[in-house]
Design a protein around this ligand. Structure first.
Ligand code: HEM
Length: 430
C-alpha cells in the first residue's frame, strides 16, 4: 500500500525513553494500531483471523493449566484427567475450556480458510500469507491429534493406533517408523510422554509461525471483499480504533458461543467412548477422530481397491496427504484474472458445491466404514479433488465474469470526504 501510514510519536518522557531503547509500543502501533492501514470495506468474515488468534491464546492458557496436573503415563493419564475434572479447583472449567476451545479454534480456522478461497485471498501478491497459513493448518492438525491421544480414553488410544498405523504403508521401513514413533509395538507410556512433549511445544511453534503470517500480511496489506487493491487515502482506515473495535465485537460473540458450549453442552462433539479408559484388548466398534478431521478421514477411507500394484491403504494415505497438500497449490491452480468470488458467478456455484461437498465428506467421515457411506464418500472425494485440480484451473476458460469495479465507491461503498488514514482526534467521530 502506498498511502503513508500514521507514524508513532512517543509523547511522554517514559515512552520516549522506552522507544529509544526497545520500540515495543511502536511495534504494536505499526502492527495493530494506527500505523496499520486497512481497507475500509472489510466484512465480518475478516474477523476470523483475529478469532483464530484468540482461540489459540485460550488453548495455550488452558493447556498450561492442564499441564500442571496432567501425568504423562499410560497407567495415570486417564485418571489424572478425571482427577483434574473432580478435584482440582475449577479443573472441570479448564479441561472443558480446552476441549471446546479446540473445536472453536478449528471452526474459526475453517471459516478463515474458506473466506480466503471465496475471495481469492491467496492470489498474488498474497501467496506467502496463504502458504504460511497452510503450514499453520498442518501444525494445528498435528497438535490437535497429539492432544487427543493424551486423554488416553478408548477413542484416543485407538485413534493413535490408526493414525500411527498409516506410517506402515511406507515401503520397507514403514513398520520400523511406526514402532519408532510409538516407542513400542503399541501405544504405551513412551508414546504418551513424547506426544505430551510435542503437544506442549507445538503451540509455541504455531505462535511463532503466526508472527510470520502477520509479517507477510503487513508486507502486502489486507485484501478486501471486492478484490481490488485500494490506493486512495479515503479508502483505508487505521486498524485502531476502527477494526480493533470491530474485532472486539466479534470476540464478544465468540466468547458468548464459547461459554454457551462450555456451560451447557461441553461434550456435544466428544465421543462417549473416550470416557472409557484405554484398553488394548477391546477395539471400539467404530473408531473415528474429532469432527474437524472427518472430511480428511472420509477421503482416507475412500480408497478401497488395490491398483497399479499399490495397496488400497497406501492410496488412502496418499489421497489424504494430497487433500491437505493441495491447499498449498491454490495460488497456482486458480489462475482466474478476477480475484473475488463476488464477480465470478460460475465460481460461486462451484464454491457452494464445494462447501456442500466438505459437509458431506464430514458426515461420511463420522459414519462407520460401511455402505452407503463409503460410496458416498468416494463421490464426495472425487468432487473435492476435481474442485482443486479441474474446476479451478479450467473455469477461467469458460467463465464470463461480472464487471469488476475500479474503486470502492464504484462497488457501492458510500463516498467518504475525509481521508481516514489517520486516527481520529479526541472528540472527533469517523
Ligand atoms: C493459527 C492460525 C491462524 C491465525 C491466528 C491467523 C491469523 C490471521 C489474521 C489475524 C489475519 C488478518 C485478518 C484477517 O484477514 O482475518 C490473517 C489473514 C490471512 N490469513 Fe490467516 N491465520 C491463521 C491461519 C490461516 C490459514 C490456515 C490460512 C490459509 C490456509 C490463512 C490465510 C490467510 C490469508 C490469505 C490472509 C490475508 C487475507 C486478506 O487480507 O485478504 N490463515 N490471518
Amino acid at each position: 500500500m502506498t498511502i503513508p501510514p500514521h507514524k508513532y510519536q512517543p509523547k511522554y518522557r517514559f515512552t520516549k525513553w522506552l522507544d529509544d531503547r526497545l520500540p515495543l509500543i511502536r511495534l504494536f502501533h505499526d502492527v495493530m494500531g494506527g500505523g496499520y492501514l486497512v481497507p475500509r470495506n472489510l466484512s465480518w468474515l475478516w474477523n476470523f483471523g483475529a478469532l483464530a488468534g484468540i482461540a489459540l491464546t485460550l488453548q495455550i492458557v488452558t493447556g498450561l493449566a492442564l499441564a500442571m496436573h496432567y501425568i504423562a503415563s499410560s497407567s495415570e493419564a486417564f485418571n489424572s484427567i478425571e482427577a483434574i475434572m473432580r478435584y482440582v479447583n475449577l479443573g472441570w472449567l479448564i479441561r472443558y475450556g480446552h476441549m471446546v476451545g479446540a473445536s472453536l479454534f478449528f471452526a474459526a480456522l475453517y471459516i478463515h480458510m474458506l473466506r480466503g478461497v471465496y475471495y481469492g485471498s491467496y492470489k498474488a501478491p498474497r501467496e506467502m500469507i496463504w502458504l504460511i497459513g497452510v503450514v499453520l493448518f498442518m501444525l494445528s492438525m498435528a497438535t490437535a491429534f497429539l492432544g487427543y491421544t493424551l486423554a488416553w480414553g478408548q477413542m484416543s488410544y485407538w485413534a493413535s493406533q490408526v493414525i500411527t498405523g498409516l506410517f506402515s504403508v511406507v515401503p520397507f521401513f514403514g513398520e520400523h517408523i511406526r514402532i519408532w514413533v510409538l516407542g513400542g509395538f503399541t501405544p504405551n507410556t513412551a508414546t504418551v510422554n513424547r506426544f505430551f512433549v510435542l503437544h506442549f511445544t507445538l503451540p509455541f511453534v504455531i505462535l511463532g509461525v503466526v508472527g510470520l503470517h502477520i509479517w507477510a500480511l503487513h508486507r502486502k496489506g489486507s485484501g478486501n471483499p471486492t478484490g481490488i487493491e485500494v490506493t486512495k487515502a479515503e479508502d483505508v482506515v487505521p486498524m485502531h480504533p476502527y477494526y480493533i473495535a470491530k474485532d472486539a465485537v466479534a470476540v464478544g460473540v465468540f466468547l458468548l458461543i464459547f461459554c454457551s458450549l462450555l456451560f451447557f453442552c461441553p461434550n456435544i462433539v466428544s465421543d462417549p467412548d473416550n470416557y472409557v479408559p484405554a484398553n488394548n484388548l477391546v477395539t471400539p466398534p467404530h473408531i473415528k477422530p474429532e469432527w474437524y478431521f472427518w472430511p480428511f478421514y472420509a477421503i482416507l477411507r475412500s480408497f478401497t481397491v488395490d491398483f497399479l500394484w499399490v495397496p488400497a491403504k497406501m492410496w488412502g494415505v496418499i489421497g489424504m496427504g494430497l487433500s491437505v497438500f493441495c491447499w498449498f497449490l491454490l495460488p497456482w491452480l486458480d489462475n482466474a484474472p478476477v480475484r473475488s468470488g463476488r464477480y465470478r458467478p460460475l465460481f460461486r456455484l462451484f464454491f457452494l458445491f464445494f462447501l456442500l461437498d466438505m459437509a458431506i465428506l464430514g458426515f461420511c467421515g463420522r459414519q462407520p466404514a460401511e455402505e452407503p457411506w463409503i460410496r458416498l464418500g468416494q463421490f464426495a472425494s472425487l468432487y473435492y479433488f476435481a474442485f482443486f485440480f479441474v474446476i479451478l484451473p479450467v473455469l477461467p476458460v469458460f467463465e464470463k465474469t461480472l464487471p469488476v469495479p475500479k474503486s470502492l465507491e464504484e462497488s457501492g461503498y458510500p463516498k467518504t470526504t475525509v481521508p481516514l488514514n489517520q486516527p481520529p482526534k479526541k472528540g472527533e467521530g469517523a
